[in-house]
Design a protein around this ligand. Structure first.
Ligand SMILES: [Ca+2]
Ligand SMILES: [Ca+2]
Ligand SMILES: [Ca+2]
Ligand SMILES: [Ca+2]
Length: 460
């Protein structure tokens, strides 16, 4: 196993930090027994710039040790980590790549300490997938469930949680298999689930929002463990949440929204702490969804917040937990917005905002000036009728390194990037939640569609 303990942890971290600066393997050689892990960061390998990574190593033996650390990426082409095996014979490497705290890339593989050095790449897209997506599996689920995907040493876990029942699925050649994993169970109705690495060990834990508030289900090898000590104790009524890094310290922060507006939890070494945002709850009441990204290009993460029956809002961050409500942004209408996403739809390096509302078509807003966003749906999106959409995923679904839009609705749609603007690609089964992730750790794209009665897995 890896030699664990504060002294050894510092030394391993120092060795990677030194190598990030020097980008040479020879500078990392500290011991005879070490194996070298070489990470390659390919330019433009993901639609969003990877600005930090979490590098996790686990002994294959669940009783063995582990190592996890987050690192900022300036613009290295390569980094090397020397790892001493201790008693371990085989290990698992997982590298999560983040943009402003949101995971946008992934690399993982098993390795053998007696074998060659390990080489991993954070590539996630290209050269483009011509084949249409097909359904790989469909399973029946309990009514009222919510889902999220956690990446960790045993691969991707799909949590489907509802009142009185928690199921964890894994995607494989046989379809979606239910794993025999000990997990907490929500007593009340589940509003949403978020995957976020709350304890900094590079695997994703879950924050489950239900009628009673929030609870943290920490991923711990073959189990999910209730660990609310990592969350603030303040009661809150949030219905949706996102992972982000609003103060640039590499620790995962969480932003939550609901009828009472915005709540911010700032990551610390011993868990998440509630901080004030600078915006009153009245100014953001009836919030229904939230997305994060750098909207004005100043290097600090900003927030886009959808609301039910009230104008959607933009908040500009200053690199701390303080956000300023924009008065001159997004249309001042009162649609029933249910989902919001940020992505660069036209690949010009400037983020766009996509909003899904009940009884209205999908809308895309583009930056006009410094901090103003205006409706540019007619330029950016296919001509579309009202979709009654409740979920959105903006991610590279067709593998050309440009953002695509997947819309969860009574008739779910995918809009694909291509030569010019987004074009309608395919109709998918009904869904109310949708997400795109890499379920097999192979650099491919998977979509999960959650409806009232089923979980469906589509794959390119
Ligand atoms: Ca974790
Ligand atoms: Ca910004
Ligand atoms: Ca753009
Ligand atoms: Ca694409």
């Amino acid at each position: 196993m890896f030699e664990q303990g504060p002294r050894n942890r510092r030394r391993l971290a120092g060795s990677l930090l030194a190598c990030l600066a020097l980008v040479t393997v020879s500078a990392c050689g500290e011991t005879d027994e070490a194996i070298f892990i070489v990470l390659n960061f390919e330019e433009a390998s993901v639609p969003e710039k990877v600005d930090s990574i979490c590098l996790g190593l686990w002994d294959t033996d669940p009783l063995g040790g582990q190592f996890g650390e987050r690192y900022a990426l300036a613009s290295p082409a390569q980094a090397t980590l020397a790892v001493e095996p201790g008693l371990a014979t085989t290990g698992h490497l997982l590298v999560q790549g983040y943009s402003f705290g949101k995971r946008v890339a992934l690399a993982q593989q098993d390795f053998d300490f007696s074998g060659p050095d390990v080489e991993a790449s954070l590539a996630f897209c290209g050269p483009g997938l011509a084949e249409p997506a097909t359904e790989r599996a469909s399973v029946a689920i309990a009514e009222g469930a919510a889902m999220a995907v956690s990446q960790g040493p045993e691969g991707a876990w799909i949590l489907v949680a509802s009142a009185g029942e928690s199921r964890v699925y894994s995607a494989g050649s046989a379809g979606l298999g239910q794993l025999a994993i000990d997990a907490p169970v929500s007593a009340g109705a589940v509003k949403s689930v978020l995957a976020v690495d709350a304890d900094g060990d590079c695997d994703d834990d879950f924050i489950v929002l239900n009628e009673g508030g929030a609870s943290l289900w920490r991923r711990d090898r073959r189990a999910l463990v209730l660990d609310n000590a990592l969350l603030p104790s303040q009661p809150q009524t949030a219905i949706r949440s996102i992972a982000l890094d609003f103060n640039g310290d590499l620790l995962a922060d969480v932003a939550l929204v609901g009828p009472d507006g915005l709540t911010l939890w700032q990551g610390a070494s011993d868990g998440l702490k509630q901080v004030t945002s600078g915006v009153t709850s009245e100014e953001l009441r009836n919030a229904s969804a939230i997305a994060a990204g750098d909207l004005d290009g100043d290097g600090f993460v900003d927030l886009a917040i959808a609301r039910q029956g009230l104008p959607d809002r933009l908040l500009y961050g200053d690199g701390t937990a303080r956000f300023t409500l924009s008065t001159a942004s997004l249309a001042e209408d009162d649609r029933d917005s249910r989902a919001i996403a940020i992505g660069d739809l036209d690949a010009d390096g400037i983020a766009e905002i996509v909003i899904a509302s009940l009884g209205a078509p999908i809308t895309a807003f583009a930056r006009n000036g410094t901090r103003e966003y205006v409706d540019r749906s007619f330029l950016l999106l296919p001509n579309a009728d009202s979709q009654d959409a409740t979920g959105l995923a903006v991610a590279d679904w067709n593998g050309d390194c440009e953002a695509d839009v997947l819309i969860a609705a009574p008739q779910t749609l995918s809009w694909a990037s291509g030569q010019a603007a987004l074009a309608e690609e395919a109709s998918l089964p009904e869904a109310r939640e949708i997400l795109v992730d890499d379920l097999l750790g192979a650099g491919d794209r998977d979509a999960l569609l959650l409806s009232a009665t089923s979980l469906r897995w589509w794959r390119r």
